[in-house]
Design a protein around this ligand. Structure first.
Ligand SMILES: *Cc1c(COP(=O)(O)O)cnc(C)c1O
Length: 411
């Protein structure tokens, strides 16, 4: 959807050894502590991106670092050829936290989505009797599920997709937020509907309240699977353990990642129904590193942080501050729109200010607040759930000042 092709990044021109598949802000970080990060020049910034929710507990949360240190001195990798003492406890803890029956451990988010796609297809062939090789999965326009070749095959975002064909068949893209459009795409080959409960990369798009319940009903009526990608929305971000909790819906399969690794290492998983994940029998799927002891130790410590529910409540409470301040900026004419859920916001900068999301993030970085644009004029705020209220207010006041200064300059 972003159709201006960006200029060649400077790393190519200057002979950097680093592949140019990112264009980071001009900040080189050396240290992180809670919500704060420090750059090579000793400047401090508030981290309001939090690794796209991979840092929900902030940088180097003491309980997570301690768990990792302990495990580094004990056992770090077995492969799945052998088991280890933390694997079953990790599966039990995450399924208990999420109200699910079974867990399949992977590493990155994209691998969790791939795993969900494979489980849904195999379940469709084994259980529904869909003719082999014909399974379809209904997905949403504007979605972000990762970067593998199969996952970019479900994307309708030109930038993510173009140049990487041939594409994996079997996906039907329908508008996000419209359960009837999803229903119209389901036929006898359909095995699942796969969406994000809130579209993060698309700009924190929150669907209408009847969307997930509508998809749940659709999947129940047609006897197919509802698969929710909670890699960014899950584990506290929305003020609830999962974003689907807000809609009172339980998916058949849910993908988790990002925050599950506590900001320390990649840890992902698919959680869901026993009879669905049960189709992946020995030899049909796997990962050398998935569910390794270090990952399980960190993941268990993450579950410990979320089990009391206080961080989720904190995200909800600080989320009301975020929503209120964002609404004020809309009323002040500095933002065209603000979408918030929990401690998560997609903010569209008022177009008359003539600032792209990228430029807004550059001005914010210069003023000591780090975050990331999504598309066009949209920026996202997703600070650690552990952020101090005063720091959140500082970040929002900094954004207001940056935009007010810009408005004064353009008049
Ligand atoms: C980040 C993300 C992914 C991909 O996770 P990686 O760890 O980068 O592979 C998938 N789905 C959603 C919703 C995400 O936000």
């Amino acid at each position: 959807m972003l159709d201006q092709t960006p200029p060649a990044p400077p790393s190519v021109a200057h002979g950097s050894a680093l592949a140019p598949n990112y264009r980071p802000l001009d900040v080189v970080l050396v240290e992180g502590d809670g919500t704060w990060v420090t750059d090579v020049a000793g400047r401090r910034y508030l981290d309001c991106l939090a690794g796209y929710s991979a840092l929900n507990f902030g940088h180097r949360h003491p309980a997570l670092v301690a768990a990792a240190h302990r495990q580094l001195d004990t056992l770090t990798l077995t492969s799945r050829a052998f088991s280890h003492d933390l694997l079953e406890p990790f599966a039990r803890a995450v399924t208990a936290l999420t109200g699910t029956e079974m867990l399949l451990p992977m590493n990155t988010g994209a691998e969790a989505v791939e795993t969900a796609v494979k489980a849904a297809r195999k379940w469709g062939y084994d259980v529904l009797g869909v003719p082999d090789g014909e399974a379809t999965i209904v997905v949403a326009s504007g979605a972000f599920h990762g970067r593998t070749t199969t996952i970019v095959s479900m994307s309708d975002e030109r930038e993510m997709r173009a140049g990487f064909g041939p594409y994996t068949p079997g996906f039907r893209v329908v508008p996000f937020g419209d359960a009837e459009a999803a229903a119209a795409a389901v036929d006898s080959t359909t095995v699942a509907v796969l969406v994000e409960p809130v579209q993060g990369e698309a700009g924190v798009l929150v669907p209408p309240p009847d969307y997930l319940p509508g998809l749940r009903r659709l999947c129940d009526e047609r006897g197919i699977l509802l698969v929710l990608d909670e890699i960014q929305s899950g584990l506290g971000r929305t003020g609830t353990t999962l974003a689907q909790d807000l809609a009172g819906v339980r998916a058949d399969l849910t993908t988790l990642g990002k925050a599950l690794g506590g900001g320390i290492m990649p840890v992902s998983a698919v959680v869901g129904r026993r009879d669905v994940l049960g189709v992946l029998t020995p030899g049909t799927h796997g990962s050398t590193f998935g569910g390794n002891p270090l990952a399980c130790a960190v993941g268990l410590a993450v579950v410990d942080l979320l089990t009391p529910g206080t961080l989720q409540a904190r995200a909800a409470e600080l989320g009301t501050v975020l929503a209120e301040r964002a609404e004020n900026l809309v009323r002040e004419g500095l933002l065209a729109a603000a979408r918030t859920v929990g401690l998560w916001a997609g903010l569209d900068v008022e177009p008359s200010l003539g600032l792209s999301g990228r430029q807004t993030c550059e001005l914010l970085a210069a003023a000591g607040v780090l975050t990331k644009d999504t598309h066009g004029t949209t920026i996202r705020l997703a600070p650690p759930l552990t952020i101090e209220r005063a720091d959140l207010e500082t970040a929002l006041e900094t954004l207001a000042e940056v935009l007010r200064r810009r408005r004064a300059e353009t008049r």
